[in-house]
Every structure is written in C-alpha cells, then in structure tokens.
Design a protein around this ligand. Structure first.
Ligand SMILES: Nc1ncnc2c1ncn2[C@@H]1O[C@H](COP(=O)(O)OP(=O)(O)OP(=O)(O)O)[C@@H](O)[C@H]1O
Ligand SMILES: [Mg+2]
Length: 482
C-alpha cells in the first residue's frame, strides 16, 4: 500500500524538524520546506495527502499557501500552525477552507489527533467523470477544441483557478491558445461580468507601458497633458491579462512586484496609492525560470506570477486532437467563406495529421482557412495547397497515382507519404529553430519545447550538424559517411 505523504511548510527549522520527527514515527512520508513559494513549487511536481503550514512566514503567508493548495490539489486537507496571538486569522483560515489549526506550542498527541482527523476528511475530486463526459460531448471546453488528456488537464486547471484570485502564469509556444485560456479563466469566474483587460507587454516602450498600467497624473511628465487612468484601475473587479510578460523591463518588473504585494497602485507622479481588486493572469512563450537565472527576469516576480502555472501543450504532443481541430476549422471556414467542401484528399489528410506544427493551433487554423479559400473543387488537394513540392517527385507521390490494391499496400503508401513529408518538414523545423537561436542547441531545444537529447537525435537523423555551420544552408546532399 502507498504510504501517506505529508508536506510541512515552516520558516523555523526547529518546528519543521520537530514535526517531521513526530510524524515519521507514525510512518508517514514527510517532506519539509521553508517557504510558501517553495511549497507551491513542490506541489506542482508532487501530490500529498496533507499539508501542514505555518501561518506567519515572510514572503508568502500560510493563507496564500492554503489558497494555492485549494487550486493545485483541491481535495487535500490543510492544517495551519498559528501562534497564540493569531487565533482570529486562524478562524479566517478556516473560512478559506483550512481543515483545522493548531497553536504553538503543541503536544505530539494533539498533533496526531488533528492529523488523523484531517486525513479522514480527504475527498477525491468526484466530478472527474462528469467533466470528461462534458469535454467529449463538446469536443472541448469553452472556446477550446480538443479532448486529449493533456488538454483535459488544462481545462481542469482553468476551472479550478477561475474560482480563486491566485495569480496565474500561462506558458506555451506561440499559437497554443494562451490568450484563449486567459479568457476562459475570466469567463468561468465570478468576475465574468466585470472587465477583462488584455495588455500586450511587448508592444509598448517602458514609459508608455507604465503609464498604461498604472496611469498618470496631469503634468507628471512632458506630454502628460491630461490625467490617465491605468489599466489596473480600469480592470478593477475583473481580470487583468498581461500578455508576453517576459518583455517588461527590470524596472517595470519591480513596480509590478510591488503592486502585486501591496495590492495598491500609485499613478505616475501621484502620491496616493489606491487599492485595486484584480485577478492577474500573465502569459509568456519564454521560460521565465531560465530568464531569472540569466538575470533578465526577477526571480521574486516569477514566483509571484507562477502561483498557479498553466502549461499549454504544443499541438505535436497531442496529435489525437488534430483531426477534431481540422473538422472544426473546416466547418468554421466553409461556413464563413460560403464554400461547400466535401472532403480532404487522403494524402493531404495524412500530411496534416503528421505535420509538426511549429506554429501550433494557429498554424493549423491558417492552413485550413487557406485550403478552403484555394480549393478548386469540393475536395482539398495538394495541387491547390502546395503543402509539399510535387516537383520533388518523392517516391510517395508516384505511389499516389496508383490505387492501392490492398490494406497492406495502403498502409505502406501512407507510411511513405508520412515519412517523406515528415522528414523535410522536420528538417525545416529544426533548422529554423537553430537559426532563431544562433545555432545554440540548448536554446533551440528549449524554445521548441523538445528535450535536448531528443532534439539532438532529430538533428542526427536529419544530418544537421552544428560544426562549421553557423548560417542556414539547405543541405540535401547525402552524408558521405553513410
Ligand atoms: N485548442 C484550441 N481550439 C480551438 N482554437 C484554438 C485552440 N488553441 C488555439 N486556438 C486558436 O488559435 C489561435 C491562437 O490562439 P491564441 O492567440 O490564444 O494563442 P497564443 O498562445 O496566445 O499565441 P501567441 O503566443 O502567438 O500569442 C486563435 O485563433 C485561437 O482561437
Ligand atoms: Mg497570445
């Protein structure tokens, strides 16, 4: 049987060690950590049966840890440790869903009683099955199309996080649906009738961005002829979506951090901080953790934003969703453009099903739109689309002229088409990624979301080498060593 796992969060080493010793005697598996931020990070990787957290800790309080648990692992009981003076806060914590609290100093038998009690209250997320049923009926959730397990995880997170005020960090490659996720969070929350304000942090220079976000008073800088209300204030009561958040400068990052900690903003040139009530959702296609190691993104801000992470998987990692997406976009664009399309040629379908989609769902959507516009007849064919170069005369193209004689041959033909199309596309994909990242394999792998060893294997298979190759050079010549 699996042993019960507990996580203890306390900034005081003596309390952590004391608790660990008592609980391990009862043969629980006990992990400890010294801050709320660290706890949230651990909970993103591991599941627990019970969390015991100190209430008063620097940086992130026990209440914030509690809210994080409610979102990340909703069914998990939380016990708060309080000092004598903070019973009021403990009552507040119970209102926020804590299972129990224990005040310092405590006797081991009282602790054990509370732990056992809390563990018996555990409940599993019962509506899992209902949710799956709903997703499969709609082939998706909200504006999202996709039924893969990877996407179901995303939908779940969206629903959970929509019920809280915890800051969300949405990550994912370009075109994976980050903005869609931000809107889904807003629309599923109690704030849905309040404003949803999206800011693209990459499109504005530092000073402009700051005055957009925080507002300014009249005359605070040259050109500030009128007072301006900041977007933080405009979004009051609603959701503020900071898109491309990796692009803000270190100095604006400092101001953002302060705003999130104090939940107040001071307009530029102003003296009076005003309280704000927003749900902050941020998105990026960069790895903020790596950026914080490199010193281009504040680590403390990263932790603040990353309370609840939502990672959108690249389309190539959830291929089962591709046919549903194709059907969805085909319907959407035939209706929009007013064309009747009855089908997609098998070779085109096979291509679409096996393509790597570096631009993810957006790229697939664009391809289908183009296909519907360009289709000459009522069927989508490569002649209209030129997805691959038919002058290339791949072995597979010759085979397409022939009608397959049997299932075996059909399978063989599909394999040929797939391998050929895949090979040339993969090659372009890998080379482009390397090119964008100055032929740095680690960075290219990271950007494409492929593990470094796998990326290297792809390079090897495609005979792409770094040595002596710093620019893009189409290389179709066979490797003489083979
Ligand atoms: N799962 C999905 N189902 C249906 N449409 C989707 C899905 N994911 C993305 N899209 C569509 O793809 C396009 C891109 O989505 P979105 O703008 O949310 O991506 P993004 O991750 O914000 O991209 P970028 O990083 O480039 O800003 C939109 O038109 C969106 O409607
Ligand atoms: Mg976007």
């Amino acid at each position: 049987m699996q042993r019960t796992r507990l996580l203890i969060v306390d900034d005081e080493a003596a309390i952590r060690d004391g608790l660990k010793r008592i609980l391990e005697r009862e043969s629980f598996v006990v992990e400890t950590c010294s801050s709320g931020f660290h706890a949230i990070e651990i909970m993103q990787q591991h599941t627990f049966d019970l969390i015991i957290t100190d209430l008063k800790m620097p940086g992130m309080s026990g209440i914030e840890v509690l809210k994080g648990v409610r979102t990340l692992q909703p069914g998990i009981p939380v016990i708060l440790i309080t000092g004598f003076a903070s019973i009021d806060t403990a009552v507040e914590a119970m209102k926020n869903g804590a299972s129990d609290y224990i005040s310092k100093p405590f006797a081991p038998d009282i602790l054990m009683e509370k732990v056992k009690n809390a563990l018996s209250q555990r409940h599993s997320s019962s509506d899992e099955a209902d949710f799956k049923e709903e997703v499969s009926q709609h082939h998706g959730f909200h504006q999202f199309i996709g039924e893969s397990a990877e996407m179901q995880k995303v939908y779940h997170r969206i629903v959970q996080v929509a019920a809280t005020n915890s800051t969300v960090l949405i990550t994912g490659e370009s075109g994976t649906g980050k903005e869609l996720a931000a809107r889904a969070i807003h629309d599923n929350s109690l704030r849905k009738d309040r404003p949803f304000v999206a800011v693209d942090c990459s499109s504005l220079a530092e000073t402009l961005l700051e005055s957009e976000l925080f507002g300014h008073v009249k005359g605070s800088f040259t050109g500030a002829v009128q007072a301006k209300t900041g977007l933080f204030k405009i979004a009051d009561g609603g959701t503020l979506f900071l898109d491309e958040v990796s692009n803000i400068t270190l100095s604006t990052q400092a101001k953002l951090l302060r705003t999130l900690q104090e939940r107040k903003i001071t307009p530029i040139g102003g003296t009076q901080p005003v309280p704000i009530d927003i749900h902050l959702v941020a998105a990026t296609n960069r790895n903020l953790k790596t950026m914080s190691h490199e010193g281009t993104f504040r680590e403390d801000l990263f932790f603040r934003l990353n309370i609840i992470p939502i990672e959108l998987p690249p389309l190539r990692d959830r291929r089962q969703d591709i046919p549903i997406l194709i059907r969805h976009f085909l319907k959407k664009y035939t209706r929009e453009i007013g064309k009747e399309i009855r089908g997609i040629a098998p070779d085109v379908m096979s291509f679409l099903e096996n393509y790597l989609y570096p631009g993810n769902v957006r790229e697939l959507e664009n391809m289908i739109e183009r296909a519907v516009v360009l289709a000459e007849g009522d069927c989508i064919r490569n002649e209209d689309l030129e997805l691959w170069d038919s002058n290339d005369e791949p072995a597979s193209n010759k085979m397409i002229d022939r009608i397959p004689m049997n299932a075996e041959e059909l399978k063989e033909m599909k394999r040929h088409i797939r391998d050929h199309a895949m090979e040339s596309l993969e090659s372009v994909f890998v080379r482009n990624a390397l090119e964008r990242n100055g032929w740095n394999v680690t960075r290219a792998a990271e950007e494409t979301g492929i593990l470094r060893p796998n990326f290297q294997n792809m390079m090897k298979k495609l005979r792409i080498s770094i040595k002596g190759e710093r620019g893009f050079k189409p290389d179709h010549s066979p490797d003489p060593s083979e």
